[in-house]
Design a protein around this ligand. Structure first.
Ligand code: SF4
Ligand code: SF4
Length: 167
């Protein structure tokens, strides 16, 4: 495929421009998470008062999960045909911030924003390691950019894990 493309040799100017952009990108990355594997620390702090504080600000709007490149929550449904002979089973995007996502046998398991935010963060930064051997956060910052109330996952994780004086 590459041989079919009208590619040109890279120039030195382009190489140094790319290097400059790369270095600038590194320099502007000021935020960080307390550690790479946070399951134990997060689970030891499930009753940390910060969960309540962040839940008061969080609108459960689902923006963070909509823009996150690793979020994959979905719901499933059934669409019967009008003649009643067939039915189409479908899957659609969902978010762990909706009430419906934790609806089971007539009750909503995570019936508060606190429980939904805690589920999102502990899964993304903690239990994801057990499932996939890596963090569910790639550090892109999209959830921070698109949160309408300015919630910052790195700030919350640092406070809850006791590595910041934001509390
Ligand atoms: S910073 Fe992490 S949690 Fe936020 S959108 Fe990017 S990958 Fe998802
Ligand atoms: S984008 Fe912000 S307000 Fe919306 S659900 Fe995520 S953390 Fe809550």
């Amino acid at each position: 495929m590459l041989t079919l493309l009208p590619l040109q040799e890279v120039t030195e100017a382009q190489q140094s421009a790319a290097k400059r952009q790369h270095n600038t990108a590194i320099e502007v990355q000021k935020r960080s998470l307390p550690s790479r594997h946070l399951k134990e620390t997060l689970f030891a702090n499930l009753e940390h008062p910060r969960w309540q504080e962040v839940a008061k600000r969080c609108l459960s709007c689902t923006n963070c999960t909509s823009v996150c490149p690793t979020c994959f929550c979905h719901s499933e449904g059934e669409m019967p045909s009008l003649d009643g002979h067939t039915s189409e089973h479908y899957r659609q995007w969902d978010s762990c911030f909706t009430a419906g996502h934790s609806y089971m046998h007539s009750f909503v398991l995570r019936d508060s924003t606190l429980l939904r935010y805690r589920q999102w963060l502990t899964h993304k930064l903690g239990t994801w390691h057990e499932q996939y051997g890596r963090s569910g956060c790639v550090g892109c910052g999209r959830c921070i950019t698109w949160c309408p109330v300015g919630i910052d996952i790195t700030e919350e994780a640092n406070v809850i894990c006791g590595e910041s004086n934001h509390a």
